[in-house]
Design a protein around this ligand. Structure first.
Ligand code: PAF
Length: 284
């Protein structure tokens, strides 16, 4: 696996590959890799000639400075996992390399209501930061396909929108959430949980599963209230539990109001003893 820390080195390498007719698959990450990330690398390998992964803990997408400081960094292990998975290129830039002119955004993306609901409401500015860094990475890598995980469902919708805004031909491939054996969605943030908190974190999955199995029988309002109560009783601060549908144009609606069948249950909650905020979603 080639490892590049500089943009010009990466661009030179990928220009040669592209001139050889290679189709590039790209997996952007913030590191602390787990099997969920590796499933994206595998999907990219199956669908491209050359796989590029980036690891960059992007400061502009953290609205909470403590979350940024505590974001797990496991570079040696990440490199080993990517090598074993058969990734071709790792891009590992510094903050200075990505933001030589400072962190202030030069562009504002119109993500519409995606920016004011759910994650957008809970993490002001987060999606602008995601847009800023993914736009830059896409310009550098110029992939044919971009692979992202369904666990960050709203992020996938934002990136779908970004691709339209920047008139990109890149195909976004959304890959299924990978779970631990007991159902917990894999997340880099799980590394910050001690064994007891790790067990407690399972309440998100259990809440979503309950909704999945009861949404045809119980009222959506009751289901949401039950899930929120269960999470609060288990030591969580709940940002939201919602049932949503996604329209063809990629916007999100709340079917309770719109009279449509919900498609996903989504949840975000902070485990109080660890301070770790977790998200998950489940197709209904
Ligand atoms: O999902 C992530 O890890 C990040 O938000 C991403 C897409 C790599 C942008 O920093």
């Amino acid at each position: 696996m080639y490892l590049f820390k500089r943009k010009d080195e990466l661009e030179r390498h990928l220009t040669t590959a592209r001139n050889e007719g290679k189709h590039i698959g790209f997996v952007p990450t913030m590191g602390a890799l787990h099997r969920g990330h590796i499933s994206l690398i595998n999907a990219a390998k199956e669908n491209s000639d050359l796989v590029v992964c980036s690891i960059f803990v992007n400061p502009t997408q953290f609205n909470d400075p403590k979350d940024f400081e505590k974001y797990p960094v496991t570079i040696d292990q990440d490199v080993q996992m990517l090598t074993e998975a058969g990734c071709d290129v790792l891009f590992l830039p510094s903050v200075q390399e990505m933001y030589p002119d400072g962190l202030t955004a030069k562009m504002h993306y119109d993500f519409g209501t995606l920016e004011t609901i759910l994650e957008g409401a809970a993490r002001p500015g987060h999606f602008q930061g995601v847009g800023q860094v993914v736009h830059q990475l896409l310009n550098l890598v110029q992939p044919d396909k971009l692979f992202m995980g369904q666990k960050d469902l709203q992020q996938c919708l934002v990136i779908n929108r970004l691709l339209k805004i920047i008139h990109s031909q890149v195909e976004l491939v959304i890959c299924p959430t990978i779970r631990e054996n007991d159902g917990l969605a894999m997340s880099s943030r799980n590394l910050r949980l001690n064994p007891a908190e790790r067990v407690n974190a399972l309440h998100l999955y259990q809440g979503l599963s309950y909704i999945k199995h009861h949404f045809k029988k119980d009222s959506l309002k009751d289901l949401k209230e039950k899930a929120v109560k269960d999470l609060k009783d288990s030591g969580f601060e709940v940002d939201y539990v919602e049932l949503i549908s996604i329209l063809e144009d990629g916007s999100v609606i709340f079917p309770e109001n719109a009279g449509t069948t919900p498609l996903y249950a989504v949840v975000a909650a902070r485990e109080i003893s660890s301070g770790v905020r977790l998200i998950d979603n489940m197709q209904l």
